[in-house]
Structures are given as C-alpha cells and as structure tokens.
Design a protein. Sequence first.
Length: 270
Amino acid sequence: MELWVLLKYALLGLLQGFTEPIPISSSGHLVIAKEYFNLETKGLSFEVLMNFASLIAVLIIYRRDLIRLTTNGLSYMTSKNKAAKDDFMFIVYLVIGTIPAAVLGILFGDLIGENLSHYKTVGVTLLITGVALWLIRNLRGGKGDQDLNLKDALIVGFAQAIALIPGISRSGATIVAAMGVGMKQETALRFSFLLFIPVSVGTMVFGIGDILADQRLRLDDLLIPYIVAFLLSLIASYFSLKWFMNIMARGNLIYFAIYCFIAGALVLIF
C-alpha cells in the first residue's frame, strides 16, 4: 500500500468530517478534493461510509435530546401525557421534514450524483450557499421547540432536499430555512441536525448495496485507507459540530458566508 494513497484518503476523511456539520458543504468539498488529488471513488461506498461516521458523531452529541424525545414521545402515545405533547409533535415535524429529501433522493439521487458532481457546479452552488447565509446573518427568531408547525417542517424539509445538489450545504440550507421561518438559533440547530439523522440512516441503508458490491473494499490496499478515513471523519465531525454550536450561539454565520464566496470564486477561476 502506498503511503501517499493512505494520506489522501485520511485527508478526505478529515475534510468530510470537518465540513459535514458546518454550512460550507461537505459533498462539494469532497468533489473539489477528489479533483485536486486525482482520486476516483467509483460508486457511493466511500461517501456512504463517511456519512455514517458523521451520523455517529451527531448521535453522540445529541444523545440526551434523542433519549428525551423518545421517552416523551412514547409517553404521549401510550398515556396522552400532556406534558410530553411538545416533544411528540417535535418528532412528528422531524418525520414530515424528512419526506422531501427522502422522496427526491430516491427518485433523483443517482441522476444528481452523476450529472452535478462536478467542480464547476460546486463553485456556483457554494456562491449560492454564501448568499443564503449572508441573507440570514442577522436574523434572531423567537420560535422554540414548542412553537413549530407543519409549514415550518415542510419548508426546512424542502431546503434539505435542495441540498442533495453538491455544493449546497445541508446544514446551511436547513439552518437558513429554519431561521428564515423564525426559529431561535438553538432550535434551528437542533432541528437541523436531528433532521440529519433519518436521512443519514436512509442513505446508509440504501448504500449497503454499494458497499457490498465495492470489490475494492476486499483488497488490502484500500480497506485500511477506508477505515482510517472513517475514524478520522467521525472524530472531525464530533469536534466540528461542537465548534459550530458555539459559533451559532454567538451568531457569527457571516464568516461562513464569506468563506463560501471566496471558495466558490476560487473554484470557478482556477
């Protein structure tokens, strides 16, 4: 196994993990990095594995919210406990918000991946992401977890569906939409990343076939790089999300908008 190949995949894992939680598009950065490193990861097995690593990080960070929502959701369904109704409805809105991306992903996911995974597309969509972040940079909503409604869930859900396009940040799109409908920053962040969980699980389930069919994973020269990339992606996702939660609390999204403007312009120019 060449050391340079291992380093390339390690860098890809770190890059995907670091960029997944923050609003600068992990998929777009992977496209750029693979173009730069001249790395071809045929099929979706690599992306699916890196996505799963980020999912584990999200589950660890939001474990208390997930336990509370699950407990109160079951409590409301079994005993109609009024105190648990808000958490039950939050779960309902998460399910509703998942539907647009799930449907469009099943119908057009392969088409989008084959035709839009190009660095020129990423350059344009990074600029679009930057504009969206710039527009909501000063918004301070008042809606908490208990104030959400069907319309809010659908708007954020469709924003997540748009993020199937490489270069459109999933976290960026959902947070922009969430803050656009008036959610508090904390609620917008929580809804965005809890919404990531069912979509990521679905991606993993539908991607198992790609992983099993990937003959390269049965070869010693790429099995180790994939494992290293997976572990680094998990670690990077964890610390990146923790960092982003602090950024959101201070309301400094403008820096991500500026980064997207610069990155998108550089990609298109060079």
